[in-house]
Design a protein around this ligand. Structure first.
Ligand code: ZN
Length: 61
């Protein structure tokens, strides 16, 4: 995982550009690479974990 100052990429969580004054987190999600604000990344991490758990409980995975 990589984090640094934003370069104007679109945040996968809130859909807003990550500007140079924000911290950008690079997320390798399987074959895709996405970016998120530092705060959004924490949310994404939590939701992603919850999603995995839900899938396991549903038995869809
Ligand atoms: Zn964001």
């Amino acid at each position: 995982m990589w984090a640094g100052h934003g370069t104007g990429r679109i945040c996968i969580v809130c859909d807003a550009a990550i500007t140079a004054s924000d911290v950008e987190h690079e997320i390798i999600d399987g074959p895709a690479t996405v970016w998120a604000h530092s705060a959004c990344y924490q949310i994404w991490l939590w939701e992603s974990t919850a999603y995995e758990r839900a899938n396991v409980m549903d038995g869809t995975r």
